[in-house]
Write a protein of this length. Structure first.
Length: 339
């Protein structure tokens, strides 16, 4: 890997200032930080594909000068930093009533060449004041553990044409990808929600007949995850819904299923990070459990503690399904049923 350019600017929304940070590019610690930063961004499983809007937009127009390290590159990077500060200020004004503050940090520009490809990373990193261990003075520095808040990695070919780019942003902040970077989503939130849930459901349905109870519980948890979260990070789905699940049937092929769902985003073409569109969940949430030839139990949405709500019971040679339901009990009691 060959680094062409690296620069860092601290942004302060409260004081409306952009402060250039002097970087010693020969520092061994800096090189370690950069290597780790690139690895984190490159291997992060939660990302989304975008394309730059048509026309000579600001950030896009700075990419080639940054790669070539042209004479005016410092001025261009400062203008990018000022642009982000401006967008953060406007965004902060919009969300102030919610008692939310935009994360403090600095804007890092990094250009390098690896594997025959020019690459540019523009990312917001944690960079704040800490107490020195030596004299307890306040010093400003980069956090080596919590590195990246938001990032874009852009690939350019030998003729400096953009071939590929993706964004990491756990909160999918519009001020970052739209206002600042001026990007367009390749897949909409509606498309990502519908396609991801549909493909996960199909992968799970394969085990419906042989492992119905496990299928039902995992599916219910999956619906609950989509219902209770505003932003989807696919790695969280894998961990919280599938990896953390303990099968009831010891033969349930959990690891095989997990391997399959890890392949879905690439093979089926949906992003691994997006805002969940609640309206696109509805048509996928309903499932029916056949109790008798003309009697069904309908699950119309996620059910909390489903494992404790439904209980199979066998007594006196008869098999029952016990349902914990005060409302159902009262209705049936009114109709004349007795215990």
């Amino acid at each position: 890997m060959t680094i062409n350019n690296i620069s860092l600017h601290h942004l302060d929304v409260k004081t409306n200032t952009v402060t250039p940070i002097t970087i010693d590019e020969t520092s061994e610690n800096l090189n370690k930080y950069v290597d780790s930063l690139i690895e984190d961004i490159h291997t992060n499983p939660n990302k989304r594909l975008y394309e730059f809007k048509k026309g000579n937009t600001q950030v896009k127009s700075t990419l080639v000068p940054i790669i070539k390290n042209e004479e005016n590159v410092d001025e261009l990077i400062i203008e990018n930093s000022k642009r982000l500060l401006e967008k953060e200020k406007k965004s902060q004004e919009r969300i102030a009533r919610l008692n939310i503050e935009i994360q403090k940090g600095s804007l890092l520009h990094l250009s390098f060449f690896s594997e025959g490809t020019h690459k540019v990373i523009i990312c917001k990193v944690e960079h704040d004041e800490v107490l020195s261990e030596i004299n307890f003075d306040l010093i400003r520095g980069l956090n080596t553990k919590k590195k990246v808040f938001k990032a874009i990695m852009i690939y350019l070919d030998e003729n400096f044409n953009i071939t590929y780019n993706y964004v990491h942003d756990k909160n999918s902040s519009r001020y970052w990808w739209d206002d600042f970077l001026e990007l367009e989503q390749l897949n909409t939130d509606d498309e990502n929600t519908e396609k991801s849930l549909n493909e996960l459901d199909k992968a799970l349905t394969k085990y419906k007949n042989k492992f119905y109870t496990d299928y039902l519980l995992i599916r219910n948890t999956l619906i609950g995850f989509y219902r209770s979260n505003d932003v989807l990070n696919y790695s969280d789905v894998i961990t919280n819904v599938f990896e953390n699940y303990t099968p009831l049937n010891s033969d349930f092929p959990k690891e095989k299923l997990i391997t399959r769902i890890k392949e879905l985003p690439e093979s089926k073409g949906f992003d691994t990070q997006f805002k969940i569109s609640k309206k696109k969940i509805t048509k996928k949430i309903k499932t029916k459990l056949r109790l008798r030839s003309n009697l069904f139990l309908s699950l119309d949405d996620h059910v909390d503690n489903l494992k404790n709500v439904l209980k199979p019971i066998e007594e006196g040679g008869n098999k029952y399904v016990r349902i914990l339901s005060s409302e159902g009990y009262d209705k049936l009691k009114d109709l004349g049923f007795k215990e």
